[in-house]
Design a protein around this ligand. Structure first.
Ligand SMILES: Nc1ncnc2c1ncn2[C@@H]1O[C@H](COP(=O)(O)OP(=O)(O)OP(=O)(O)O)[C@@H](O)[C@H]1O
Ligand SMILES: [Mg+2]
Length: 514
């Protein structure tokens, strides 16, 4: 009976409210009505101590999902999803893990310095009458955060920025890192991608642990990278763009490319592999650079082979083209070298690429050049400040070998190590060749250290012999050349003498004879 009475009371109260509302609707002028509504909201607020903030999926830019929404989503799935009962799992683009998030219309609580905060995931139907191509496009999802009035400052000034930061960190941690290249054939479908870069997932397994190198050098590089990563404020303070350049040089197979992969894995960066020969001109180079994102390594491999970096070589080319045009007076073809030059990437274009003004957009970029011949590079290109650190990757010595032996065969000590050490100090063998000997591709021999090490010793001895033979050959050739030169010089002198005696006979002859 009490229940019925209470409901009746509730019903009559409701009826009164509805009656009053219809009076307001019909007889109160609109301006006053607005005022009344605001006032009613205020009255309600007096009794409801909770505030709410909405974070919608599409913010001011209608076509791009709001950064904050994505950060909240990541934060909730990382920190609070465990406490939710209704979850949803998705396979998300650019993320390497399944993403489990709070389902729509579900509530989770969070705790921030002793304060309880409620989150609601929800969605509403968009009212706009637009036809879209994508399913689900007319739904607008949003998150609502609810908290007590007295925590307003805490939530707005500390909690929400905290969520943003945490969410971004989670996104970075979970993202699938990518390897970009500017040299993919995109021509078959011009509509597919407007970006100048195309990408694949970056999954190179190299790390600094697997890199054969002297431990001290390795540590120095790791140290440098860590210092770079943490010095955002420092770079800002000294007024420099937040980037760093490395030059990796050394013979083939010494681990330059592997080192880049290890760096990317260590820093958790994307890799942009820039193929300079595929870049038409400086403008395109600039466009490529602008489209790179922060937290990335930009790599130009074999920089000495990529373009005419030196003015000298360009002149050579011009001289030869002049000769050509002397030979035949054909009209100039589109392939004309003059024009070709104008549409090429130049050294100055590349220097601009590295430290032009617009290289400051974003930040946290590492630029790496690799080369087999450091001496061929223009000094301007590799001066400090552009290429801050020059790293020599060299032949495998004993320290490097120990890393490889441990990695490939799980061996830390072995009776053959002494001999290998001696041979490695005397012989230049690249880590790639050493590794090849430690990784026999045969089932029977598989992972037998004795066989592998004796095989390596054989290979080292062979390499040593070859090197000696080569040296002998080089010496012999040099001697031959020297002799030939001497003979030539002698003959030239004789000719000179003859010329002069047959020419004017004066005091000069005596001088020449002397
Ligand atoms: N320092 C090293 N540590 C571990 N592995 C190495 C090292 N150097 C080379 N290797 C092995 O040798 C192979 C070739 O190495 P990498 O491609 O890095 O050489 P590179 O210096 O880039 O050569 P190139 O100058 O020809 O480009 C790799 O697959 C790698 O496994
Ligand atoms: Mg390489």
């Amino acid at each position: 009976a009490m229940m019925v009475e209470r409901w009746a009371g509730f019903g009559s109260a409701m009826a009164t409210v509805i009656f009053l509302w219809s009076v307001v609707q019909n007889y109160v002028p609109p301006t006053f009505r607005l005022y009344l509504t605001a006032w009613a909201a205020k009255v309600a607020a007096c009794f409801n101590p909770y505030l709410q903030i909405t974070i919608s999926e599409y913010g001011a830019e209608r076509f791009q999902r709001s950064d904050f929404f994505l950060a909240v989503e990541a934060y909730l799935s990382d920190a609070c999803a465990r406490r939710a009962r209704k979850l949803k799992a998705e396979l998300v683009k650019d993320s390497k893990n399944l993403r489990v998030t709070v389902d729509d219309h579900e509530e989770v609580t969070d705790d921030f310095s002793g304060t309880t905060i409620w989150w609601y995931a929800s969605k509403r139907q968009s009212k706009a009458q637009v036809i879209t191509f994508y399913p689900g496009e007319d739904e607008r999802r949003f998150y609502k955060v609810v908290f007590h009035r007295r925590h307003r400052d805490l939530v707005v000034d500390s909690y929400l920025p905290f969520v943003l930061g945490e969410g971004r960190a989670v996104t970075v941690k979970n993202r699938q890192r990518r390897l970009f290249t500017n040299n993919a054939s995109r021509n078959w479908n011009p509509y597919r991608s407007k970006s100048v870069w195309s990408h694949v997932p970056f999954e190179h397994p190299a790390t600094f642990d697997t890199l054969a190198m002297h431990p001290d050098e390795k540590e120095a590089i790791v140290d440098d990278l860590m210092a770079f990563q943490e010095s955002k404020d420092y770079y800002a303070k000294v007024g420099k763009a937040w980037k760093r350049g490395y030059l990796l040089y050394g013979p083939p197979g010494t681990g330059k490319s592997t080192m880049i992969a290890a760096m990317a894995n260590f820093l958790d960066y994307d890799v942009y592999d820039l193929e300079l020969t595929a870049v038409k001109n400086n403008t395109e180079l600039r466009k490529l650079f602008i489209e790179t994102t922060g937290k990335s390594i930009i790599v130009i491999e074999d920089i000495d082979c990529s373009i005419d970096l030196t003015g000298k070589r360009r002149k050579d080319k011009k001289a030869s083209s002049d000769k050509d045009s002397d030979d035949d007076d054909k009209p100039k073809l589109p392939m004309d070298p003059e024009k070709d030059d104008a549409t090429k990437v130049t050294l100055s274009g590349l220097l601009n690429f590295i430290d032009g003004l617009w290289s400051a957009c974003g930040g946290e970029r590492i630029i790496i050049f690799t080369t087999n011949h450091k001496e061929k590079l223009d000094p301007a290109l590799i001066r400090r400040g552009r290429m801050d650190k020059h790293i020599e990757m060299s032949y495998c010595r004993f320290e490097g070998f120990k890393v490889l032996a441990k990695n490939y065969l799980d061996v830390i000590e072995h009776e053959l190590f002494g001999e290998i050490q001696r041979l490695l100090e005397e012989t230049d063998m690249s880590p790639a060749d050493v590794a090849e000997n430690l990784m026999p591709m045969s089932k029977k021999k598989k992972r037998d250290p004795d066989l592998c090490f004796s095989g390596l010793i054989e290979a080292l001895k062979q390499a040593k012999e070859d090197a000696a033979a080569k040296e002998d050959a080089v010496a012999a050739k040099a001697k031959e050349e020297e002799e030939a030169k001497e003979i030539k010089e002698r003959e030239a002198k004789k000719d000179e003498g003859k010329d002069k005696t047959s020419g004017e006979a004066n005091g000069d002859i005596k001088q020449g004879d002397k």
